[in-house]
Design a protein around this ligand. Structure first.
Ligand SMILES: Nc1ncnc2c1ncn2[C@@H]1O[C@H](COP(=O)(O)OP(=O)(O)OP(=O)(O)O)[C@@H](O)[C@H]1O
Ligand SMILES: [Mg+2]
Length: 539
């Protein structure tokens, strides 16, 4: 925040609710489950809860809103962000959207448990929408309860902020509040429901629009509302493209393709697996949205999916994310077709996705390896071989790339003869170091020697390269087991680890030597524990 800006107390926040002002509203104002047509949203109030209690909040997100959080007002803060107290200027609503889930059109979904409170207009003239997740039923709740549990809310809260600090486009999280109520969940859908503490996260983004918001109107043949929503999106979130027209629609779709490609490149860089890339979980702004059954690659395995619901088809596995993003963009292109009436230019925009992803992936790999420029004749093969050697034995992705910067090249051209010596900086990345022997060891060493000789053609010193690599290869990510340990404690009323992780993950690229324990690879007990290596959609 700059010096001229003053902070605001909660009741001084300024709201400017463009979405509700400019888009068609559902005329029905009672809160019951229904199909909602020709409307972008339904007004709905959050459900009051028994005893809001603040667990954690993000000071950076408060800064975005110019919000000053005064510890003496923490009760009021918790009441507002649990949904118990609606501030003047807020106009709560749930959005209507549809979606393709696991490859099939699912019809109307909508904000079944997310309630938008309103758009804060900060002193930099930016609009930030506040959205509660888990604040009670809405017209879009279908057969579910509109609530969220502490377990999934801790995961959503921490990961949103962790991703932001990693430099990955994402929705943000302002707060995590306990509701003081119990929520029933059957975590593995196997007839063993349990009561869990209820919680609400307040998410923050310039817009929460998803591909599914456009798809629903196209699916219903409601081209008029589709056009209104597209025009609105361009005017509010893509104003640099100019006044909406057929050409501008195409430029806009192309930009959505570009942003999506960039987001996926970042996921691949940090080892993030979203887990449920349905079109209703794809942001029109290219932000990571819906931190549900996501996971972080520990052992590098392109086939890994954290989502137990996806275990058989592995549609949303790590290595498939780039293809799925394209598949989702094709669904969006189909939805926009009525406005363009020609498939050809939409196809060209989709090609932009593929080109942008490929270029982005190459330059991301180039930077992860500390190279100054991409030399396709040598580097493509080197990248390919790297993905192979990462899978010869279970190799921790985060540790491997972080430690790769420790390899030295400056002792002239003499080869390090001893394989053990060559491998020493990387040994910590292996889950079963005893398996790094024989042919496996020879292959890895061979790759390292090739990489080192490639590095010798670069002008950077070892130290300078290390610094550069350490800015793209994080030391700390929200390892699945760390989130679970924080949840275990939080469920016992101890929120210290949630706050410790929040603090740690504000600086994921820094060494933070006193926090080394959080950079450790997954312990054995976490290999098969629910929440650590397999996640369910139940949340
Ligand atoms: N407990 C619930 N109560 C009501 N609706 C729900 C609940 N859980 C999920 N839904 C709805 O089911 C659909 C798909 O759920 P999904 O798990 O993708 O989303 P989510 O985690 O609830 O929310 P978001 O995408 O907003 O982060 C959405 O329409 C969502 O609102
Ligand atoms: Mg969702």
């Amino acid at each position: 925040m700059t010096n001229q800006q003053t902070t605001r107390r909660l009741d001084e926040l300024q709201f400017d609710n463009q979405f509700t002002r400019e888009l068609p509203a559902d005329l029905e104002t009672k809160n019951f489950r229904r199909q909602v047509t020709e409307s972008c949203y339904s007004s709905v109030m959050p459900t009051e809860v028994a005893q809001p209690q603040l667990v954690a909040y993000s000071k950076e997100v408060a800064d975005l809103l110019d919000l000053q959080i005064d510890p003496s007002e923490s009760d009021q803060f918790a009441a507002v962000f649990a949904g118990n107290h609606v501030l003047e200027g807020m106009e709560p609503f749930a959005m209507c959207y549809g979606g393709h889930q696991f490859g099939n059109w699912a019809g109307q979904l909508g904000d079944g448990r997310a309630i938008n409170l309103g758009e804060v207009l900060n002193q930099r003239e930016e609009h930030w929408t506040l959205q509660l997740k888990g604040a009670g039923p809405t017209p879009y709740s279908r057969t579910a309860d509109g609530l969220a549990v502490l377990r999934s809310s801790v995961r959503e809260f921490l990961c949103s902020e962790a991703m932001f600090h990693l430099g990955v486009p994402t929705t943000r999280a302002l707060s995590l509040v306990l509701t003081g109520e119990q929520v029933e969940r059957d975590m593995f859908y196997d007839g063993h429901p349990k009561l869990e503490p209820g919680a609400v996260v307040c998410r923050v983004a310039p817009s929460f629009l998803r591909f599914g918001n456009y798809e629903i109107f196209a699916a219903r043949g409601d081209i008029e509302t589709l056009r209104k929503l597209v025009n609105y999106t361009i005017r509010t979130d893509f104003p640099h493209l100019g006044e909406p027209s057929r050409d501008v629609y195409l430029h806009w779709f192309e930009e959505v393709c570009r942003r999506t490609a960039e987001m996926i490149v970042h996921w691949m860089r940090v080892g993030f697996v979203h887990g449920v890339m349905n079109t209703d979980n794809m942001s029109i702004l290219g932000l990571t949205i819906d931190y549900g059954p996501y996971g972080w690659l520990e052992g590098y395995d392109p086939n890994w999916t954290p989502n137990t619901t996806d275990a058989s088809g592995r549609r949303y596995r790590f290595g498939n994310q780039p293809q799925i993003a394209l598949w989702n963009l094709v669904r969006l292109a189909n939805a926009l077709h009525p406005l363009i009436e020609d498939a050809e230019p939409l196809q060209q925009a989709l090609d932009v996705y593929s080109d942008r992803f490929e270029q982005g992936w190459q330059s991301m790999m180039t930077s992860k390896l500390g190279l100054s420029s991409f030399q396709p004749e040598i580097d493509l093969k080197m990248f390919e071989e790297l993905t192979e050697i990462l899978q010869l034995v279970e190799t921790d992705m985060t540790i491997f790339f972080r430690k790769l910067s420790l390899l030295e090249t400056e002792n002239g051209n003499q080869e390090v003869a001893d394989e053990m010596e060559l491998l020493a900086p990387l040994m910590d990345a292996y889950y079963e170091p005893e398996k790094v022997v024989g042919e496996v060891r020879a292959k890895i060493c061979n790759w390292i020697r090739g990489y080192q000789s490639r590095l010798r053609h670069e002008s950077l010193s070892d130290i300078a390269r290390r610094e550069k690599m350490n800015r793209v290869n994080p030391k700390y990510v929200l390892r699945n087991y760390l989130a679970q340990l924080a949840i275990d404690k939080a469920e016992q009323g101890d929120f210290s680890m949630v706050n410790d992780l929040l603090e740690l993950l504000r600086h994921p690229y820094d060494e933070q030597p006193d926090q080394d324990q959080y950079a450790a690879k997954r312990p054995d007990w976490a290999r098969s524990r629910a929440g650590c290596s397999m996640l369910s959609c139940s949340s």
